[in-house]
Write a protein that binds this ligand. Structure first.
Ligand code: MN
Length: 200
């Protein structure tokens, strides 16, 4: 099955400059990207490489390093790996029309909860893929991000019945560690981490 079938069905590659394929840039580590996207509504697209695609969530208020708040994250269609480099304009009238910058990017390590207190990290990339695929099925993902802005341990947890009628709702949660920043707000960082682009 083509995991990108839904992505492709939503876009015409003669009308948008968004990527349609790509390979993993790193043979040893899984990658992630966060894109700030000023479409009809501003949001941040949080994407984790899992089994050859970027599994994606739209986070209206953006990710945070504040462990005291949870951010609603709506799962969207899987994106191709080359999307991690995409910045620019999606034409108005096309799906997701509006500006995109790479707000954060880096690698990540999957985590398995061995017990309540000990979180086992998964160093091997293919084992990481497997743990993340299991987590997707269970509706609970744990991972260590190593980006320019986002660092440390996070969880994405699928909600049950909240918000009402939303089937794809998850919560992004920052675990307590040395990287927490109380009151951190994604909207205070308006620059791309890969270019000089600014998107307020
Ligand atoms: Mn988006």
């Amino acid at each position: 099955m083509d995991k990108l079938a839904k992505y492709k069905s939503m876009r015409s590659n003669d009308k948008t400059s968004e990527p349609f394929g790509g390979e993993s840039p790193d043979s040893k580590k899984l990658v992630f990207v966060v894109q700030k996207h000023r479409a009809t509504a501003l949001h941040y697209d949080f994407r984790l490489e899992i089994d050859g695609v970027l599994v994606s969530w739209a986070i209206p208020r953006g990710p945070t390093l504040d462990s005291g708040v949870k951010r609603l994250a709506m799962q969207t269609e899987d994106h191709p790996l080359d999307y991690r480099n995409f910045e620019g304009q999606i034409p108005q009238g096309e799906y997701g029309g509006g500006d995109v910058i790479v707000w954060d990017r880096g690698t990540y390590i999957a985590q398995r909860e061995a017990s309540k207190d000990v979180r086992e990290t998964i160093a091997d990339k293919s084992d990481g893929d497997e743990v993340m695929l299991e987590g997707l099925k269970k509706g609970e993902l744990k991972f260590l991000l190593d980006g320019k802005r986002l660092k440390g341990s996070f969880a994405l947890v699928k909600t049950k019945g909240f918000p009402p009628g939303k089937k794809n709702a998850w919560l992004l949660i920052k675990h307590k560690d040395e990287f927490i920043k109380e009151g951190y707000d994604a909207k205070d960082e308006i620059t791309s981490v890969v270019s000089k682009e600014v998107l307020p």
